[in-house]
Design a binder for this molecule. Structure first.
Ligand code: CAA
Length: 431
């Protein structure tokens, strides 16, 4: 078995729904002070999926941009793993739909990983180990995190909703982030902090308890990683913490800073606030405009860091904390690659934010209703007029209990339908 110390994330690309709702509008509708959502939770707006948009279409948007923008030969991809808790079928994985729509090789292994927001990190681990165990250096795995975060209307979780997908190419000569060779620190515990029963389209959450579970997992994994890696807080240049809402990142950083620095006389609030900006600021400028991406939220931070820091980030060390309710969490570290020209203008974060347009509260409610209907009704048909702009993949509806997806060719805006079990080579007649 070949071992390599350069395995990790070779390319990364983000997709966000093209519509969003401002949280000051949501606060007004919910009869809540706008400061609670904006300062208390740190959220300014949330991405809202449009009708015809689901975990599969978002995954396709992110993955196809990655393959195109980094000029990846799809034949080199020997494994596709999707981390998601927004699956569209109890048996058929999102990875199978995606494999067909991307036209990947029939020799590519495909599967989903589900463990709440931890799913993409588990997928990344499997992909890195798989690439490292292959005889050839140039094999790649594609990992995609794709989710829609949804809580009941008017509930405390509602302002933390969001949606989006992050695609990552994993390989042995990674140019974005090389995982460090220390043993990752893992903490698992069966808890009921956040879950979504099969019969519910919304997550159920014990909010305050979920924050406690997150913090406990963070403390444990931080301490253990410190022991196994020998790394101190000062050895990191950036820290990424799973972001269910931006204020949670601040809480996580303050906890670590308090554990490590309070006794060293650096617990002064102004010093802590400056340290937070230095360690976490470059990664958290986008998530306050997207809401929670569940599996993708941590990797949106990585993409945001690469996009904003560019050459400054090269060769720097990042500490990464992944948390999935239920629960499993992991702390690990990575080194950013040496050449920002590779990822500059390719992460897709700024473009995705630029393309977002605001919708009003009634439209948000209408989109929600459609999305819930989409997954409970076996005869669902999408309103083709409501599919949004700058988006190519559309979920058209269900026919004979089969989900039908369309990939719109740009710029001619020609619609082509492909059933889930056929690749582009077998694209069927346009609708
Ligand atoms: N002005 C300014 N700030 C205000 C305010 C006002 N008028 N009113 C309240 N606030 C502040 C509060 O002081 C509080 O800040 P601190 O936590 O720093 O004290 C913040 O706003 C939130 O207020 P509450 O604690 O009263 O909020 P809440 O009870 O309504 O809900 C929540 C907060 C529990 C996080 C809720 O949004 C929720 O359930 N979210 C979903 C669950 C979640 O995200 N859990 C995180 C850990 S689990 C995880 O990470 C997995 C995952 O992705 C889901």
């Amino acid at each position: 078995m070949k071992r390599t110390s350069q395995a990790g994330i070779d390319a990364i690309s983000v997709y966000l729904p093209r519509t969003c709702l401002r949280l000051d509008e949501l606060a007004e509708r919910n009869g809540v002070a706008r400061e609670k959502y904006i300062e208390g939770l740190g959220c300014r707006s949330m991405a809202v999926p449009a009708p015809g948009e689901d975990a599969v279409t978002m995954a396709w948007e992110a993955a196809s941009s990655l393959l195109r923008d980094y000029e990846v030969d799809s034949e080199s991809i020997g494994m596709l793993v999707v981390g998601t808790e927004s699956g569209v079928d109890h048996a058929k994985p999102v990875a199978a739909y995606l494999h067909g729509m991307l036209g990947l090789s029939p020799e590519c292994r495909i599967f989903d990983v589900k463990h709440a927001c931890y799913g993409a990190t588990a997928a990344l681990r499997v992909a890195v180990d798989w690439c490292s165990s292959q005889a050839r250096d140039n094999v790649k795995a594609l990992v995609v995190a794709t989710d829609i975060a949804r809580y009941p209307v008017g509930s405390p979780g509602e302002p933390t909703q969001g949606a989006g997908a992050v695609a990552m190419l994993v390989g042995c000569n990674a140019r974005c982030a090389v995982l460090e060779p220390f043993e990752a620190a893992v903490h698992a515990s069966s808890v009921m902090d956040f879950w979504r029963p099969d019969y519910s389209s919304c997550a159920i959450v014990d909010g305050k308890y979920s924050v406690e579970c997150y913090m406990k997992a963070l403390e444990r994994t931080w301490r253990r990683y410190k022991k196994t890696s020998g790394l101190e807080l000062d050895d990191y240049d950036y820290l990424l913490f799973h972001a269910p809402f931006p204020k949670m990142v601040r809480k996580a950083f303050y906890r670590i800073w308090g554990m490590e620095k309070a006794t060293a006389g650096e617990g002064d609030p102004a010093v802590t606030a400056r340290a937070f900006e230095r360690y976490c600021g470059p990664a958290t400028w986008a998530c306050c405009r997207t809401g929670n991406l569940y599996t993708g939220s941590l990797y949106l931070e990585l993409a945001s860091l690469l996009a904003s820091e560019r050459q400054r980030a090269c060769g720097r060390r990042v500490g990464i904390f992944s948390y999935g309710s239920g629960s499993c969490s992991e702390f690990f570290s990575a080194r950013i690659g040496p050449d920002a020209a590779w990822w500059e203008n390719r992460t897709g974060v700024s473009r995705a934010l630029e393309l977002q347009r605001e919708i009003d509260y009634p439209t948000y409610l209408e989109y929600r209703k459609t999305a819930e209907h989409m997954n409970t009704n076996g005869s669902y048909r999408a309103e083709l007029t409501a599919t949004g702009t700058h988006r190519q993949a559309v979920f058209l509806g269900i026919r004979d209990h089969k989900r039908i997806y369309s990939i719109r060719k740009q710029p001619s805006v020609r619609r082509q339908e492909c059933s889930s079990h056929h690749g582009p080579a077998h694209i069927r007649q346009a609708l």
